[in-house]
Ligand binder design. Structure first.
Ligand code: ADP
Length: 549
């Protein structure tokens, strides 16, 4: 490989390792881990520096034997890695006396490296060097430290109960296993067999290990990888510009390069700052989203409690109310003797109010059924026109009392069959007609039942000439507790639940309900569209045909 590329790679590795070490050291709050990591990172840089020194014969005037330094780094890195593995995730494993014992061979090997030729000796030619008798024990020590590191990582993994932690340990384990194996081959094994050309690969592979540990620590501390990459690229560019500056030959070059350097530094600063701002904003959003999620859950919980409370309260209210209504009705009908004229009106009011309350309680019960998912439908064949006629007959007294005209138009020859829960569809129709009565001070109400044969649907329309609905209210009409602002003026007793229940029931029948109004005081129309029950229609037609025979 081109020597220049190797040198550039090694320089990048030197800067990268120092950079990663500084990042973790300045930002991590795990004391022991940050120190150990920074040591690994700095020794990796040191190793790369010593390889560069060896290849380019740096400081040869001082007779510096770079190969000694590279072998010291090669020994210290696995030793610190082993220590790191023991303390990673803040769990000191039982055999924590081992690092201290391990210091003994470390000192012996360092002594042998510096003061003797027993492990490595003098340089031979371009890239080779002599190996001493203790080269194999030295190599074994390196390998043993790595293995001890892996063993403690496996132990950490097996005792860890958190999935996030396990992922982190996996990162460290995989990254360092791959990197150390790859680094050991060109730097320990190959030299033993006389191949020295690839020792520069060692520090490059080790940076993979440093980087994987860095990522694992990052995951825990939530630093942002994007910001760190930006910072690193910026550091690299500034470093390259600095080298260029030092290599300048003329004053013009110095001034120009200085100018470029200042400009780039300034922009880099702004860039890094903006990246951090973005991260902060994102963290803030994440925090707010978290708060919102908690608040939402709490609200859901409260809503559930409220539904339960409403359900219980309504059940308790129902029986006394039914009794009041029942007795008022009996008194009204004279079951307890003739009612004096002065009292008849009062009894009438008691009856009407209790009737309204019974309906209201029924609405509350329906709401809690809907909210608790207890609304059950019992579908059966139902003929709509006769049901509507029945309901109109029931509501006749209140329509007459309100001085309104109520008409019902439909094609009498046609059966309007649907599959529906009779009780619930009855509730829908009475609610709509009842509303038309309540919100029409004078005029008329018309109910029509028609078919949309092409779509297999039947359409019920309840129109009135009443107070109408303004465009602002219309879209929210079917929401829970929704009432128009002026609804109180016309009908004081109202909960805004009726149409919500209507919508729920119609949805439960896979139908559609909507309202139309030309505006205030221009009347309103409510529509319900339901699927026709074709089988029932066919059966009715067959029966009708049979009758004519
Ligand atoms: P409530 O009648 O108890 O207020 P509803 O859910 O039945 O509750 O109706 C919700 C609101 O829709 C009413 O308060 C009223 O403002 C409006 N509304 C319903 N029906 C009509 C109608 N026929 N004409 C005008 N406004 C209506």
């Amino acid at each position: 490989m081109n020597e220049l590329i190797i040198q550039v790679l090694l320089y990048v590795v030197i800067i990268l390792n120092i950079f990663l070490g500084v990042v973790i050291y300045t930002r991590s709050n795990q004391k022991r881990i940050k120190i150990l990591f920074s040591f690994i990172a700095f020794f990796s840089s040191f190793w790369a520096i010593s390889i560069v020194g060896f290849y380019s014969d740096l400081l040869s005037v001082y007779e510096v034997n770079w190969i000694i330094f590279s072998h010291i780094a090669g020994l210290v890195i696995p030793f610190i890695f082993f220590n790191f593995s023991l303390f990673f995730k803040n769990r000191i494993l039982n055999n924590n006396i081992l690092p201290f014992i391990a210091l003994i061979p470390i000192f012996i090997f360092i002594y042998l490296l510096i003061f003797t030729d027993k492990i490595v000796g003098a340089r031979i030619g371009e890239s080779a060097y002599e190996l001493g008798n203790y080269y194999i024990p030295y190599s074994l020590a390196v390998i043993v430290f790595f293995i001890l590191g892996y063993i403690s990582l496996v132990k950490q993994y097996s005792i860890s109960e958190s999935i996030a932690e396990k992922v982190q340990i996996k990162y460290v384990f995989t990254g360092s296993l791959i990197a150390s194996t790859l680094a050991l081959i060109p730097d320990l094994v190959m030299p033993y067999f006389g191949i020295f050309e690839y020792t520069w690969l060692g520090p490059i592979f080790t940076s993979v290990m440093v980087f994987s540990i860095f990522i694992a620590i990052l995951k825990h501390n939530l630093f942002n990888i994007k910001a760190i990459i930006t910072e690193f690229v910026v550091v690299l560019i500034i470093f390259a510009l600095l080298i260029e500056l030092f290599l300048s030959k003329t004053t013009t070059e110095v001034i120009l390069r200085c100018f470029i350097l200042i400009l780039v530094t300034l922009f880099s600063y702004i860039l890094v700052k903006s990246v951090y701002k973005e991260i902060e904003a994102r963290l803030e959003i994440e925090r707010l989203a978290g708060d919102l999620r908690i608040a939402n859950e709490r609200l859901k919980e409260l809503d559930k409690l409220k539904s339960e409370f409403v359900s219980i309260a309504s059940h308790q209210l129902r029986s006394p109310l039914t009794a009041i209504k029942g007795y008022a009705s009996l008194i009204k009908d004279g079951s307890f003797g003739k009612v004096p004229p002065g009292i008849a009106d009062a009894i009438d009011r008691i009856f009407n109010s209790s009737q309204a309350l019974v309906l209201m309680v029924e609405d509350f019960l329906n709401i809690s059924r809907i909210e608790q998912g207890r609304m059950k439908y019992e579908f059966e064949a139902l003929e709509m026109s006769s049901l509507i006629e029945e309901i109109i007959a029931e509501l006749k007294p209140s329509v007459e009392k309100a001085n309104l005209a109520l008409s019902f138009s439909t094609d009498k020859q046609e059966p309007y069959c649907i599959k529906a829960d009779k009780g619930k569809i009855r509730q829908v129709v009475s609610n709509l007609i009842d509303n038309a009565v309540k919100y029409t001070p004078k005029g008329s109400i018309s109910v029509t039942l028609s078919k949309k044969p092409a779509h297999g649907k039947i359409l019920l329309a309840v129109s009135d000439t009443g107070i109408g609905i303004d465009a602002e209210t219309l879209p929210n009409l079917f929401a829970k507790f929704s009432r128009a602002k002026d609804a109180n003026k016309v009908n004081v007793i109202g909960t805004g639940l009726g149409l919500y229940i209507v919508k729920e029931i119609v949805n439960g029948h896979k139908g559609r309900v909507w309202a139309e109004s030309a505006g205030k005081n221009k009347g309103s129309s409510f529509f319900v569209e339901l699927a026709e029950d074709s089988e029932a229609i066919h059966a009715t037609r067959v029966a009708d045909f049979a009758k004519t025979m």
